[in-house]
Write a protein that binds this ligand. Structure first.
Ligand SMILES: C[S@@+](CC[C@H](N)C(=O)[O-])C[C@H]1O[C@@H](n2cnc3c(N)ncnc32)[C@H](O)[C@@H]1O
Length: 283
């Protein structure tokens, strides 16, 4: 795994390099190669064996920190084609889907692989990620990104439209990041184990409504609709306050659990399971 866990820099490590202006670069330490940026260059051979957290000078005398990157750094610097899921959502999605070592998780579409790589890091050696993407160019980009992290053996890539369904069965969790997720709920339910975790991200309320109606009328339970709002702060000790700009919107998150189709004719369950707005109408 090229993401470093050791105390000192080694060949093959993926490192974060940053200088006085805080511009950050993610690079792989290659033998006989060098890192170049607007502050000069550093030969990678000269940083191997250097403890992480130390500064190394470029040939122009600018000092750069060499640091181990976290998943946020990796995703933020990802080579991308189109929209990716943002780190603030990625973390929560993995928590809600119960992702941990040993889990088998399925996702579509792969896109640039931001969610794919996050899942692959978390499922460990004993788990697996199955990912579907209909566009070849996107899939190639994702494969390049996952290969760079040394995670290819944890991921199975399918290049096809998920309208045709999924090959896998009894997966523990399934996530959809496609324009019309409600169209693929039967396929998703077929692939998920009973009680399995379903999630989706959509950018508009209109899509949330379509998806919620489809989930509500299908074999799903524990519907949740959420939105995460993240505000960052200036870190100058004497003037700590919110940053002037923020990302106002990424997407709405919808979660549900895969169950047998609920029998709403049962008087013991029907009464307590009316949607909130139905009781609002009655009042
Ligand atoms: C927003 S991107 C996914 C981004 C990805 N989750 C990430 O974090 O990098 C949506 C992707 O879904 C793919 N897609 C849309 N509908 C699909 C379908 N029916 N079957 C397979 N892939 C689909 C698109 O080609 C696109 O690459």
């Amino acid at each position: 795994m090229p993401l470093p866990t050791t105390r000192t820099v080694a060949y093959g490590d993926i490192v974060l390099i940053t200088g006085k202006d805080r511009r950050t670069f993610i690079r792989t330490v290659g033998e006989g190669k060098r890192f170049e940026c607007h502050l000069g260059y550093i030969n990678y051979d000269d940083i191997v064996g250097v403890p992480y957290g130390e500064q190394v000078a470029t040939q122009m005398g600018h000092k750069l920190f060499i640091l181990p990157p976290n998943t946020d750094d990796i995703v933020s610097h990802l080579q991308r084609e189109g929209q990716i899921i943002f780190p603030k959502d990625l973390g929560y999605i993995t928590l809600k889907l119960g992702i941990r070592p040993g889990v088998r998780v399925l996702e579509a579409g792969t896109g640039s692989g931001a969610l794919t790589l996050t899942l692959a890091l978390l499922v460990g050696e004993s788990g697996h990620v199955y990912t579907y993407e209909r566009r070849q160019k996107m899939q190639e980009r994702a494969i390049t990104n996952i290969r760079r992290l040394g995670l290819l053996d944890r991921v199975t890539f399918h290049q096809r439209d998920i309208e045709r369904g999924f090959d896998e069965r009894d997966v523990n969790a399934l996530f959809l990041d496609v324009r019309e997720p409600w169209d693929y709920l039967p396929q998703a339910r077929e692939a998920l184990a009973g009680g399995g975790f379903f999630g989706a991200i959509v950018p508009t309320i209109n899509q949330v409504i379509e998806l919620t109606e489809a989930l509500y009328n299908g074999p799903w339970y524990f519907l949740e609709i959420e939105e995460l709002i993240r505000r960052t702060y200036k870190t100058i000790p004497a003037r700590i306050r919110p940053d002037d700009q923020m990302i106002g919107h990424t997407g709405f998150l919808v979660f549900a659990r895969a169950v047998a189709r609920e029998d709403r004719s049962d008087p013991d369950t029907a009464a307590g399971d009316e949607p909130d707005d139905a009781s609002d109408d009655a009042s």
